[in-house]
Design a protein around this ligand. Sequence first.
Ligand code: HMG
Ligand code: MG
Length: 304
Amino acid sequence: MTAPTLPARVRIHEVGPRDGLQNESTVIPVEVKAEFIRRLVDAGLDTVEATSFVHPKWVPQLADAEELFPQVRELPARLPVLVPNERGLARALDLGARRVAVFASVTESFARANLNRTVAESLAMFAPVVARANAEGLAVRGYLSMCFGDPWEGEVPVSQVVEVAVRLRELGCGELSLGDTIGVATPGRVAEVLTALNAAGLPTDGLAVHFHDTYGQALANTLAALQHGVTTVDASAGGLGGCPFARSATGNLATEDLLWMLRGLGIETGVDLDRLVATSRWLADRLGRPSPSRTVTALSHKES
Ligand code: HMG
Ligand code: MG
């Protein structure tokens, strides 16, 4: 049997400052966040999701977006931000954001918990956001949460993923990121969802994957996605993360764990693993607890 072809290069979409820090119980000073983003860019990450322009009462951890974004916007990287609605987009545009992401749920329960809307109402909320962002020349990513399982609804039918993905593309989203928000996916299921999306007219080159590592499947799932032709993978430095509106979500796939695997497979990323490990250790000191990343732990204890 010949080995499935793997891409020569993968773009890492770093979500630590947003998906990671949105879930921290401690208040992190804005200077630390700005320094974190600077260090991530210095390590070679060219796409770093910086923050969210959501309701500050819903996500108090990112309530400093207005203060943070101007401190990082000149960095030589793509710095997408999350915007749920027109208010969020206006805030992002005022500060010069050039890339935004809307975030849909595939399930009704999470749409209600995360956006205070039904799925249909949330898509209606995104429509003018995506239209205006496109008209202003911004790149628009569309997230889909709960693509594999939902804490309230259990296993999620593939048809629901396809339906929301097609709608987001019709609204004008470019890249779509498939979220395994609570980390329940397994590799066969990943291949099944990607195949169904392709069959619905969504080619793999417009699809990214976003795995949380709750059941330790994130790397296996990533490999399945790479074998399917996916070349954009979301990850969070040090394995930070979770979701305040889905308590069963643990951290994202750690960027360092991803890099270790990609390096072993000879896949280029442009990211310096040692610098990234140093950054995650630096942040862990500020958060007062060690990084959950296996690779950060292993490289921190390596004999020198
Ligand atoms: P709502 O309470 O229904 O809002 O929340 P509303 O539209 O009824 O407005 C209520 C008030 O909020 C109004 O103020 C608005 O102006 C204000 P008032 O008139 O009462 O004074 N408001 C805002 N203020 C600032 N910025 C805004 C904004 N919007 C309204 N953007 C809303 C609806 C969508 C705003 C709320 O549910 C929300 O902010 N949700 C965000 C939740 C969130 O950030 N979740 C985490 C990110 S998603 C995720 O982590 C998953 C992902 O990682 C992928 C995966 O793993 O699956 C992406
Ligand atoms: Mg997430």
